[in-house]
Design a protein around this ligand. Sequence first.
Ligand SMILES: NC(=O)c1ccc[n+]([C@@H]2O[C@H](COP(=O)([O-])OP(=O)(O)OC[C@H]3O[C@@H](n4cnc5c(N)ncnc54)[C@H](O)[C@@H]3O)[C@@H](O)[C@H]2O)c1
Ligand SMILES: O=C(O)C(=O)C[C@]1(C(=O)O)C=C[C@@H](O)C=C1
Length: 366
Amino acid sequence: MEKVFIIGLGLIGGSISRAIKKEHPSVQLVGYDIKNDQVQMAKKLGIIDQSAESIKEGAESADVIIISTPVEQTLNVLTFLGELSLKEGVIITDVGSTKKKIVDHASFSLPKTVTFIGGHPMAGSHKSGVAAAKTHLFENAFYILTPGSNERPEKIEQLKKLLKGTKAQFIVMTPEEHDSITGVISHFPHLIAASLVHQAEKKEEMFPIIKRLAAGGFRDITRIASSNPVMWRDIIVHNHDVLIKLFDEWIQEMKQIKQFIEKLDKEQLYTYFEKAKTYRDGLPEREKGAIPSFYDLYVDVPDYPGVISEITGYLAKEEISITNIRILETREEIFGVLRISFQSDEDRMKAKQCIDRYTNYETYIL
Ligand SMILES: NC(=O)c1ccc[n+]([C@@H]2O[C@H](COP(=O)([O-])OP(=O)(O)OC[C@H]3O[C@@H](n4cnc5c(N)ncnc54)[C@H](O)[C@@H]3O)[C@@H](O)[C@H]2O)c1
Ligand SMILES: O=C(O)C(=O)C[C@]1(C(=O)O)C=C[C@@H](O)C=C1
């Protein structure tokens, strides 16, 4: 695989390019985007080796083409690629959050001399743009592939080999299965998150302080409402069949809860929350993929500049390596909660003892 052409240099395109570059340094990465500032940033960050002036220029000499645009634009790009003189045997894949429409369109638009394998890395962020691109964005996540039923296995393996640097767990399914599953665990939740924000905004006239009082719960459940509106408009339109059915089910769900509340049925309300907690606690929080994940230590820290480097300084002093560190929530002028991840339980315990020795911050394991 000499030359890889990436169309759409944003969060996902940039992260995949970084992962390919890390695993296959000799591969030539060529990028294209309709926004020149994204192209220039991608070059500056070393995410691509060079840019193409047009899709035609980049595509006709590529061995693999990765389409990382919003899903509606992916359809347009596929149509355009179908009109070009592409290399025989070129592998074309996308990263779109919906699959059925894209796979069907690829089958209609592309010649039989090329291979199309639908793709969707099940990880990302509410952020957008190449500046947010991370090499490890997909680590331990599932990477869904939707190859045609008659696709040659060697082509699928070739694509997996190219994407090995993502350190994701590849899983194959049909486009229909994909859209049904992601409709439930991704697309519909994004609609709900946005609706909760709108509900709060409508109350702001009555309670101007409402935004300032929004704490961890509201912030957690609505984080994804900060995602890219173009991306989510397209995803909802592409998966509308699935989402309409989910809406009908959701309305029934809401009617049931409303009944529990109207009747003040404490038993039913308790059971409702208890069953939800049991299921949510059962999510493989630690295993986003099949690869054993990290061990987390939580630290309550005063919310002042430099507190993170203070903590990581102690750990570095005792040569304890961490895999990730995140501020879970900050409460103004009080405390923040750090979640520090380690590769092993042993490292985590060493870190706990280290922080307990050097600080009086509370440390705990959930
Ligand atoms: N953001 C996520 O969490 C996430 C996760 C998995 C998959 N995806 C999917 O990845 C795709 C890209 O999402 P993203 O988060 O990287 O968005 P992004 O906005 O960060 O990047 C998209 C890029 O595509 C460019 N673009 C748009 N139309 C184009 C065209 N016609 N030709 C060339 N470039 C074009 C935009 O300028 C932008 O730079 C979407 O299909 C999305 O559904 C997103
Ligand atoms: O982590 C986030 O912010 C995301 O929304 C990532 C997320 C999702 O979980 O729904 C969003 C879109 C993708 O297609 C896959 C993953």
